[in-house]
Design a binder for this molecule. Sequence first.
Ligand code: G6P
Length: 614
Amino acid sequence: MCGIVGYIGNGNVYDILIKGLHRLEYRGYDSAGIALVNPNGRLNVYKTKGKVENLEAFCQDKDLEACAGIAHTRWATHGEPSDCNAHPHFSEDRNLALVHNGTIENYKVLKDALSQHGCTFHSETDTEVLVQLIEYIKTKNSCSLVDAVREALKQVVGAYAIAVVEKDNPDQIVAARMSSPLVVGIGQNEFFLASDATPFVEYTKEAVYIKDGEVAIIERGKPLKVVSLENKESKVDVKTLEMSISQLEKGGYPHFMLKEIFEQPHTLHDCIRGRVVDGGHRVMVNGVNDNKDKFKECKRIIIVACGTSWHAALLGKYLIQDMCRIPVEVEYASEFRYSNPVITKDDIVIAISQSGETADTLAAIKIARGMGAFVYGISNVVGSSIPRETMSGTYIHVGPEIGVASTKAFTGQVMVLTMLALSIANLRGTMTPEQIEELGSHILQIPDKVEQVLKLNNRIERLSLIYTYARNFLYLGRGYSYPVALEGALKLKEISYIHAEGYPAAEMKHGPIALIDAEMPSVIIAPNDHLYEKIVSNVQQVKARGGNIIAIVTEGDTVIKNIADHVLEVPEMPECLTPIITSVPLQLLSYYIAINKGKNVDMPRNLAKSVTVE
Ligand code: G6P
């Protein structure tokens, strides 16, 4: 979490940095700040608590002249959100300013040592320690900023993407990374740096992804130089970005979340394209054929992920077990990494992450790899850390997701997992070519079916008004609809701050049923699948206790329609494809409830989209 951005060139430094911060606000919005280096030897730092718009208001009457600068949007870890804990942080002599995304784990030891050398600290952050340490080394060794940064980072334990500017050296920015993302954009006589490429995609398509343990030396008028902490020069590998600026704008929608919900027919089409071909006859996901032996012979699959991606992972378990007859375990990456896991070379570990940067998921990958497993990654952000850390994998190709509550990435992940399961089933011969073709042809229809579901929008908007002020919600589902219930509940919690619990519908009688009364609505996901009769009983159990029910059912349903208070009908689909179809009305329901409550759906409190800390 936290977003960093930097610029050096002849453009308007302040404007470029502020625009970049807005693009990175999905990474955190507790405070924002900017450091501007002036050619006449001034280094101005402005920072405030709150969102980037607060920083803009604060800067209105300030000296904004600059030839280079760095900026930061924060998701607080060490120290509460406040003006003084906001980045950039100055060094003791105010010669250096630094921004940081990550966590310095040994900051206490370093802080104590620096205090003994006379450093005073003005914030509660781990970051301030880093800038003081750089200055201390620079003064003590009378060395360059680059050398001081390298030496300081050798003493640091933790995760960081940093950028540092120096008052007397206005033509240089020094940046470095370890476990937090950092990318440098190369323009015409100008450079950008950022946590991801979104702040500079409109200025240049040339990007260099900095690797762990590398230091980028960004200097006006010189080519980009990248060195290791030991000062060994690395090859600068320039990639071409495929992202377009229109993908980063709201395109007429009031919020990114609504835009992303409505984009799903299109994003699912992109996700399926080239993977399901010949009318469904062939289904193939990248990395399966190239690693045939691994997928044919593996004894077990373990899927690791966090948040919404974990819900997709749980669906992956149902899909792979059903289609491939391989035992599958699903783990929260944060638990897996500390659970002393038993992993062998016969295991495949699949890591799922929209951002490709989640710290716990990255750590889980490293552990699994270290224990000999074959690690396959599924992510959305091209060039992010997870695709680089895994041995093989694929992208979901749904375009940048900006709304903090994940929507189109979830359906993209589930779609890829479905196609992955079919590809493995084909290899292992656990499904016949006819069965694969049958499902493949249904997959090709998914974008149109989602388009149909989106026609429920106005009904859901009206329905949301009835339930806006409920204080608790229960989401129930069975089989493939159980992970959908979990995801529906998470969406509501994230953006409306209403307590919601997702539960397997049959487990309800072992506890949550005690909560049911007229004040506690239940959202029940009950498509026409092999558990339909069973869930009808659960629907009746809720009704018998006076609960209100919103049910997601298959078109033409007559039974639940007569019991539930409201039904939302979705098109018929084979059971394993229903999660994509049934999750869309739940996304809309959460969106409208949150909007009715006046919440900021794109930037819900306390959350961030990319969680690069433990
Ligand atoms: C954060 C986001 C969630 C996301 C989770 C995992 O909590 O707010 O939307 O599901 O991280 O992120 P990943 O990028 O690994 O999918």
